[in-house]
Design a protein around this ligand. Structure first.
Ligand SMILES: [Zn+2]
Length: 715
């Protein structure tokens, strides 16, 4: 899984409280699912084949809030116990036999399956066929729902499928899903068949050949097209997109084949599954999730070429793919060994990025994470990688660093060989950190006790060791460290020192980072010199480093409004508009119509500035206000909604429509968005007269919203 940057600092892995059962081994699960969109329910049936390893009298499956219409062992109905979390049967079964357990159920999942509403889509074309309306067995109303997708890890697949929360029991899941005619279904494994079952719906049947843990089972249903490419080794890679985004396919999925080929080569073990698919969905909880063969990721990464400069999918793309080996092929026995998932996926994603963007990118990226980890460690917040409750910064970034340093210690050749043996030895099984370390010690002939202590057991981040490594590997970082030492606390000397060397720096990363660090001290004339470059990121570092724009730089800074970078344009528009009020109308005219990133960062800023600029197109003010308000609605991505709410809050612009949307947001499935919405609502209510405004909305609210509001208002 890859978190969105905003989540990195306060995401903590959940302690798994799942129970294990070692007397039976679930081998295969044939799953049949029918989502019922109007009820947000899942109707399902699963048939498990299991082996009995030693005589057993009790067998359970994790199954949350389900109603069962049938529980049968070897085709005979059997009594069961159910406490709303666990389904238990108590048969007398002898060792070395295999059996089938079938469960038919219906459930309304509170989490793990997400039904996304949106603008109504066209109803499916009614096909002529040998059916009469009375034969219709499928009655799903898909007119309101635009997508249904799952997130198993951390949320538990047992909310929609009786399965095993315990990660160590791996099952070959073959999934079949029934959905409306107009939709595409994507799930684990290879699509075996897709048949119309009546004039409204289709059955999609997928086949897996190898087992996986239950948290990796997933599906996505929506209006998707796809492009298929093939890896050099012949694996089909399906890249999904919504038809409206067809022009964004290339920048979104840029380098996908290259990343795939690179990882297969670098890891040294062939991709272990039949195919690979990637699906962008609306309002996803994280950046991406590596369901086996079926990565689901946030559609905020569906981007155009301009966005690629600042925010692209490359890292998440590589991270989720690396999990197909590290996490999916070999799976941690428990969260104490979470390094084996996230540290490895993060490390291999950086290697893939190095292959594409070069060494300088790689080492500066590592330096950035080292800085964050060091700050964390110095604040006594440091965590050991083996701490099962560590935060994501530890599991992901310290985890990647541990592998960088391990590779350095044992050498690239031994490292690669050990990785290969480790993956082959434990393929489709569970692993622990000692399993991995043992392979590494065997292959390298080294004693890794000290490594284990420093990197896996200790809470500290060994910054000195890390800095020495980076100085040795990267000439530009070495230069950066020297300049930092030279300048020290005397920031006023920064310009003289940096300027005298500027022409000799041949690293764009070095230049940008010097400007970001010391740019607020630089004179206008030097900044002007810096701006005389075609390097978009160097130019961007100038605008990001300035708290106010010196008058002498006005013209140069105005040229940034034409740069092909949404981060640059947003920063430049805001700074110029603030610092040079007399030219506000011109700046707004120059940037009208630019959306920016998928979250519409520039458009939302633009609308806000247009609304607060006196005399700017006064006849259009109501239209702009309406547009900004509209972006708070549930048809938009939560990132867009959040920005729109924040801007409206800043300009005191909450009106009935946006307030109603704010109340709706307080019930959103993305926790940090929900939390922000609740904070904003509470702040709004603190101001006099606003309570009445909120109360007047009551007649238009749903029962659920009314209940929530009653609670919030303490009534
Ligand atoms: Zn991950």
């Amino acid at each position: 899984m890859k978190l969105t940057p905003i989540l990195i600092f306060f995401f903590f892995s959940q302690l798994l409280s799942s129970q294990t059962q070692d007397k039976v081994d679930f081998v295969r699960g044939a799953v049949f699912i029918e989502p019922i969109p109007q009820e947000k329910q899942i109707k399902g049936s699963v048939s498990y084949q299991f082996d009995v390893k030693s005589d057993v009298e009790s067998i359970f499956l994790d199954a949350v809030n389900m109603e069962f219409s049938k529980v049968a062992l070897d085709d005979e109905t059997i009594d069961f116990e159910y406490d709303n979390r666990k389904l238990t049967i108590k048969p007398q079964l002898l060792k070395d036999k295999n059996h089938t357990l079938r469960i038919d159920y219906v459930t309304k999942p509170k989490q793990t399956v997400y039904f996304i509403e949106g603008n109504p889509i066209e109803p499916p074309e009614i096909l002529a066929g040998p059916f009469s309306p009375d034969d219709v067995i499928y009655e799903g109303d898909w007119t309101k729902i635009v997508q249904v997708w799952t997130q198993g890890q951390g949320k538990y697949t047992s909310h929609w499928l009786p399965s095993l929360d315990d990660m160590t029991d791996k099952i070959e899941f073959d999934i079949s899903i029934i959905a409306d005619m107009g939709f595409t279904v994507i799930s684990n494994g290879k699509l075996k068949s897709m048949d119309s079952i009546d004039e409204f719906s289709k059955l999609w049947q997928f086949d897996m050949q190898n087992p996986m843990s239950s948290y990796l089972v997933g599906f996505a249903i929506g209006n998707f097209d796809k492009v298929t490419v093939q890896s050099s080794s012949g694996i089909p890679i399906e890249l999904y997109y919504e038809p409206k985004d067809s022009l964004k396919v290339e920048p979104t999925y840029r380098y996908s084949k290259r990343i795939f080929d690179f990882l297969e080569q670098e890891i040294g073990v062939a991709y272990p599954w039949q195919n690979y698919k990637q699906v962008p969905v609306q309002d996803f909880l994280y950046a991406g999730m590596e369901n086996t063969t079926c990565t689901i990721f946030s559609n905020q990464y569906v981007i155009d070429s301009t966005a690629f400069v600042d925010k692209n999918y490359v890292n998440v793309n590589a991270h989720e793919l690396a999990h197909q080996w590290f996490g999916n092929l070999v799976t941690e026995t428990s969260s104490e060994h979470h390094w084996l998932h996230e540290g490895f996926a993060t490390f291999y994603a950086y290697l893939a990025e190095r292959d594409i963007f070069g060494n300088d990118y790689y080492y500066w990226r590592l330096w950035e994470t080292a800085t964050a980890l060091n700050r964390f460690s110095e604040d006594d917040q440091g965590e050991a990688l083996q701490n099962p409750n560590a935060g994501s910064l530890t599991f992901y970034e310290k985890g990647a660093w541990a592998l960088v340093m391990l590779q350095e210690k044992v050498g690239e050749e031994a490292f690669k060989k050990a990785i290969k043996t480790y993956l082959k030895t434990y393929a489709y099984q569970s692993v622990s950190i000692p399993d991995f370390i043992t392979e590494m010690e065997k292959e390298s002939g080294l004693d890794l006790k000290e490594f284990h202590q420093t990197w896996l057991r200790s809470d500290e981040f060994p910054m000195e060791e890390v800095k020495a490594f980076l100085s040795k590997k990267s000439a530009s970082l070495n230069r950066f460290f020297e300049l930092q030492d030279q300048i020290g606390e005397q920031k006023d000397t920064a310009e003289t020192i940096v300027k005298s060397n500027w022409e000799n720096f041949n690293s764009s990363f070095l230049k940008r980072n010097l400007v970001l660090k010391y740019g607020s001290q630089f004179s206008p004339s030097f900044l002007q010199e810096v701006l005389h470059t075609d390097d978009l990121k160097e130019r961007q570092s100038v605008i990001l480093s300035q708290n106010t724009i010196p008058k002498e730089l006005q013209t140069e800074m105005e040229s940034l409004l034409n740069d092909t970078s949404y981060t640059t344009i947003e920063a430049a528009l805001y700074r110029l508009w603030t610092d040079f009020p007399e030219k506000r109308a011109q700046y707004l005219d120059a940037t009208n119509g630019i959306d920016g990133f998928p979250n519409k960062n520039i458009r939302l800023l633009w609308l806000t500035l247009a609304l607060v600029t006196p005399d700017y197109q006064p006849d259009r003010t109501p239209t702009y206000f309406q547009e900004l308000t509209q972006y708070t609605g549930s048809a938009y991505h939560f990132e867009t909604r959040l920005l729109a709410f924040q801007y409206l809050q800043n300009i005191g612009g909450f009106a009935p429509e946006s307030l109603k949307n704010l109340i709706d947001a307080c019930n959103h499935h993305v926790w940090h968005f929900k939390k922000s919405a609740m904070d904003m609502l509470n702040n709004f209510l603190k101001e006099e007269g606003n309570l009445a405004k909120v109360k007047s909305l009551y007649p238009s609210l749903s029962q659920e919203e009314k209940r929530f509001l009653d609670k919030t208002l303490g009534e």
